[in-house]
Design a protein around this ligand. Structure first.
Ligand SMILES: O=P(O)(O)OC[C@H]1O[C@H](OP(=O)(O)OP(=O)(O)O)[C@H](O)[C@@H]1O
Ligand code: HPA
Ligand SMILES: [Mg+2]
Length: 175
């Protein structure tokens, strides 16, 4: 049937786990910065909290940008998305740096999934450059620069949300 694909349930979304280690994440952020270095310079970096804080720190360090702001948005309770709430907007100082439309500003997040978060922030700063480390197909059109695309039914497990745990041997029935 033509039209939009149905929303995935939480189980389907978590069906394909994609665990990311600190090492891998750092490497992917550096790869992202290589690409962004061709696009800049940027007056400031804006992290979409909380997930964008970690890549924003790495990207800002590599690009030599010291003006960092946050836009604080809450929507997911683990893997279920609710209504988006803007808890804190972009500061006046950084808005001025971007001439009111975001020109020369870099927005960073860890990933785009449905694209709802990205859409909201893009509406605040239409001329800003939007970069994420990972992108799923639905959100991908909103992003200017990203490093790795994963399928929509993949759930990315970030190192700050996970911990090492015992894994039983294959012969004992481990997947
Ligand atoms: O493209 P979307 O479907 O909108 O999803 C992407 C957003 O979801 C996650 O944030 P979350 O709302 O879970 O908050 P967090 O960053 O504080 O973990 C992620 O960090 C992105 O910001
Ligand atoms: O795949 C994901 N992983 C972690 N957080 C997320 N928030 C939206 N999608 C994801
Ligand atoms: Mg987030």
């Amino acid at each position: 049937m033509a039209g939009e694909a149905p929303e995935l349930s939480a189980e389907e979304r978590a069906g394909r786990p994609f665990p990311v280690s600190w090492d891998q994440f750092h490497r992917d952020c550096r790869a992202l910065t290589w690409r962004l270095n061709e696009v800049g310079p940027f007056h400031a970096v804006i992290a979409i909290t909380r997930g964008g804080l970690v890549p924003a720190a790495i990207v800002a360090r590599e690009l030599g940008v010291r003006v960092i702001d946050t836009v604080c948005i809450a929507s997911y309770d683990h893997d279920k998305q609710g209504d988006l709430k803007v808890l804190k907007g972009i500061s006046e100082d950084v808005m001025k740096l971007g001439g009111g439309t975001g020109k020369g500003l870099l927005i960073v997040d860890d990933l785009v999934d449905t694209g709802k978060t990205g859409k909201l922030v893009r509406a605040m700063l239409p001329d800003a450059h939007f970069a994420t480390v990972y992108a799923k197909p639905k959100g991908r059109p909103l992003v200017d620069t990203f490093i790795t695309e994963v399928s929509q039914d993949t759930w990315i497990f970030f190192p700050w949300d996970t911990a090492l745990s015992y894994h039983p041997p294959l012969r004992d029935g481990a997947a």
